[in-house]
Structures are given as C-alpha cells and as structure tokens.
Ligand binder design. Structure first.
Ligand code: NAD
Ligand code: LMR
Length: 328
C-alpha cells in the first residue's frame, strides 16, 4: 500500500506544559492512527522559540516512525499553512484564586490575531479545537475572525469535563467507564458547566436509577466536576496538563475516526437548538461519524435542567458582551 500523504497538525503554545504531553502523543499516532504520517507545525512566542527547539530535540530522540517533519515558528500564518488539524493551546493559564474568565482580557487578543491567520492559511476542512481558556469564548473570537473558514470546524474543548464526569459516575455506579453512554456536559468550560446524567445509561439502565441518589448528583457530582480544575491547581500548583492533553486527543481522535455511536461532549457553535442562543460556542452532546459531528437534538428538559442551562447561557452571553469589540 502506498504511504499516505502526511497530515499537517498545527499546535500553538508548543513550549507549554500541556504541549509537553500533547506533542508526543500526536507524534506517536494517537490522533490520526498508527498508519498515518504527521508533520507538526509548532507555534509559540519569539521568547519561547529556544524552549520549543528543546522539545523538538526530545521529539527527535523518540524516533517516532510517523513523525516526518517538525516546523517551529513564531508566525501564526506559517504554523497554520495547509493545516489539516489545529490545537489552539497557546495562552496564559490561570493561577490560584483566579477564575478562567479572568483570563479573557489576557488571551482574547491572541485568538483575534490567530483567527485571521487561520483564515488565510489553513485548509478549509481543517479541524480546530481551542483548549486555551476561557476556551468557549476564545473559540468564538477565533471563528469570528476567520470569516472564510467554516465555523462548524471551529470547536472548543469540554471533553476534559466529560471525562472527569465519566470517572466519577462510573466509580459511584460500580460500572466501567467505557460502558457509560449518553452523558452530556453542557455550556461553558467554567464553574457554570452542567454535567447532565439525565439520559446517561450503562448496560441499558439509567445511571440515575443505578446510583439512585439525586442529592449526590446535584450537590457532589455537578460541583465536583465543575471545580475539578481548581482542585488540581490547588494540589499541583499548576493547572491540569496531561489530562488536558489527553482530552484534546480524545476530542480530535473521535471527530476524525468517530465515537462508535456514543455521545461525547464538544463545544460547538450553537444553531439555536435547545434554547441555546445562536452563535454561542456551547458544550453539547454530539455523535461523531465519518469525520464530522452531529449535535444531539430534540431533548426535552425538566425544571432542574432548565435552571442549569440558563446559568451557563447567561455566563457565556456576558463573556460574549465583554469581547464584542473582537467579534467584528
Ligand atoms: P503554559 O503557560 O504552560 O503554556 C502556554 C504556552 O503558550 C507558553 O509556551 C506560551 O509562551 C504560549 N503562548 C502564549 N501566547 C501565545 C501566542 N500568542 N501564540 C502562541 N503561543 C503562545 O500553559 P498550559 O498549562 O499549557 O495551558 C495552556 C492553556 O490551556 C491555558 O489557557 C489553560 O488555562 C488552558 N487549559 C484548558 C483546558 C480545557 O479543558 N479547556 C484544560 C487545561 C488547560
Ligand atoms: C482545567 O479544567 O483543568 C483547566 O481549564 C485549567 C483550569 O484553569 O482549571
């Protein structure tokens, strides 16, 4: 069989802690699979170029058979040139005592500039995931500044929260993580996110019936998932990195290869379904198939769900208002 043309994968923030986990897994084949060669196109700030070159030395020392080339640059247009996929990680992380929305003023401008470069340089069918916080609103800024690039292909990461909820639910229900389906994490990657077990099942049974403890769900599961990032910062003195990289890989892998009919959560541009205002970048359940994602639609919500949705919608609307000048 002829060797496939390498896929070009742009990654921003290449000198940072998430990329120190992410790049090695991409090069190993965890995104495109074990038969697909890749080229890494790495972006970071001018002052971080030496550190990126150090990471590249380590990539070389792994002798990954699939890694055919690595480009290092501080120019976003070079990084995104002909990209098939792009991970937007580069931006400031929060430290103790901050909320992710406090990063908006520091990080929003990055996504305006990089949106223009994406518009100019990437393939029109490139798949984009924004990891840098506040991820939903940064992705909205990116899409707004890339008017010739399909908005459907700009997504934000809420998969880490989905994975966090899966583990907590599986442990409480005494089932395997891989047996859970129809879990959804709605809204903003922030304390208002809503890990929703209403439809979640394992082995054909509702998790809410297996666990049978609504108080635990409302007062422990939902806030623990929403506050997990803070708990990690408090424990580690730095924000999540390996688990964030893993979630980014899961997000992109499933988008490319499919989610086997299962629900996964992705931040996507709202079409107005489920009462979510059009245009917000919003965590929703999707099913991935044949290189695209399909939103799960037609669900009806109870009063509790409506209240949780309203809270996270209001926060994302406030964030949109705060960056209105960058949305064109
Ligand atoms: P880090 O500080 O270790 O690395 C960030 C890197 O981005 C640095 O190398 C920095 O030089 C680079 N950078 C800054 N501005 C840039 C620009 N304009 N262009 C290119 N590169 C630039 O941070 P990290 O721990 O790797 O986290 C990165 C981001 O990911 C943070 O915003 C963090 O909050 C976020 N994050 C999101 C999730 C999620 O679930 N969505 C999870 C974890 C972390
Ligand atoms: C996380 O959820 O771990 C990341 O968004 C980092 C953070 O700031 O909490």
């Amino acid at each position: 069989m002829p060797t496939p043309t390498p896929k070009r994968i742009a990654v921003t923030g290449a000198a940072g802690q998430i990329c120190y986990a992410l790049l090695f897994r991409i090069a190993k084949g965890d995104v495109y699979g074990p038969d697909q060669p890749v080229i890494l196109q790495l972006l970071d700030l001018p002052q971080a170029q030496a550190a990126v070159r150090g990471v590249v030395m380590e990539l070389e020392d792994c002798a990954f058979p699939l890694l055919v080339d690595t480009i290092v640059t501080d120019d976003p247009t070079v990084a995104f040139r002909d990209a098939d996929a792009a991970f937007f990680v580069g931006s400031r992380p929060r430290s103790k005592g901050m909320e992710r929305r406090d990063l908006l003023s520091a990080n929003a401008e990055i996504f305006r500039v990089q949106g223009r470069a994406l518009n100019e340089a990437a393939k029109r069918d490139a798949k984009v995931v924004v990891v840098g916080n506040p991820a939903n609103t940064n992705a909205m800024i990116l899409a707004a500044n890339a008017p010739d690039f399909p908005t459907e292909n700009v997504t934000s990461m809420i998969r880490l929260d989905h994975n966090r909820a899966l583990t907590q639910l599986a442990a409480r229900a005494g089932v395997a993580v891989g047996d859970i389906d129809r879990l959804a994490v709605w809204g903003n990657h922030s304390p208002t996110m809503f890990a929703d077990w209403t439809e979640a099942v394992s082995g054909g049974r509702l998790l809410s019936e297996i666990i049978d403890d609504e108080t635990w769900y409302r007062e422990t599961l939902i806030p623990d998932v929403a506050r997990r990032g803070t708990a990690i910062i408090e424990a580690r003195g730095a924000s999540s990195a390996a688990s964030a990289a893993n979630a980014a890989i899961d997000h992109m892998h499933d988008w490319i290869h499919g989610s086997d009919g299962k629900w996964v959560s992705m931040g996507v541009h709202s079409t107005g379904a489920h009462g979510i205002p059009e245009g917000l970048m919003f965590g929703v359940p999707v099913v991935c198939k044949d290189g695209s994602y399909e939103r799960v639609e037609g669900l009806s919500f109870n009063e509790f769900q409506n209240g949780m949705m309203a809270r996270t919608i209001a926060e994302l609307e406030e964030e949109r208002e705060a960056v209105a000048a960058l949305l064109g």
